[in-house]
Design a protein around this ligand. Structure first.
Ligand SMILES: [Fe+2]
Length: 146
């Protein structure tokens, strides 16, 4: 695996690590008339992110690369921005989730293209399955925002 691809996968991993906690923050702190729906949906999302985080780290290990594995490393490498520990209206929560999921989808798309160029079929196939999940999540969030 080329160094640039390993770095892109580690940035993606760091973003998943930060997003895992951030989705809990939103799950705990969301308020609004649709609290129950959004609160429960956020649980589905962080459970999904937990699985994806593990998959990406194990993929890096299988390819002989070192995955980032500490919160300190994740914060240093991530592009996903953390939030303060405070209440947020469901409207803002959905906009934040939409932004972060779009960011991760764009990264998965770029990683897929880079992996394809070096015949990294395991990475290509994983990114394709992640892309399908992000597109589904974005469809859900956009429908909830109407
Ligand atoms: Fe919970």
């Amino acid at each position: 695996m080329k160094k640039e691809l390993a770095t892109a996968l580690n940035t993606y991993l760091a973003d998943l690590g930060v997003l895992y906690i951030k989705l809990h923050n939103l799950h705990w702190n969301v308020v609004g008339r649709d609290f129950k729906q959004v609160h429960e949906y956020l649980e589905t999302l962080y459970d999904g992110v937990s699985g994806v985080l593990d998959e990406v780290a194990e993929l890096l290990k299988m390819q002989g690369e070192q995955p980032l594995a500490s919160l300190k490393d994740y914060l240093a490498a991530a592009s996903v921005q953390e939030l303060p520990s405070a209440e947020l209206h469901s409207r803002e929560v959905l906009a934040i989730v939409h932004g972060d999921m779009t960011n991760l989808r764009d990264q998965a798309q770029k990683i897929r293209v880079a992996a394809d160029a070096e015949d990294g079929y395991a990475v290509v196939s994983m990114m394709e399955s992640h892309l399908a999940q992000y597109n589904k999540t974005l469809w859900f969030v956009e429908a909830m925002q109407k």
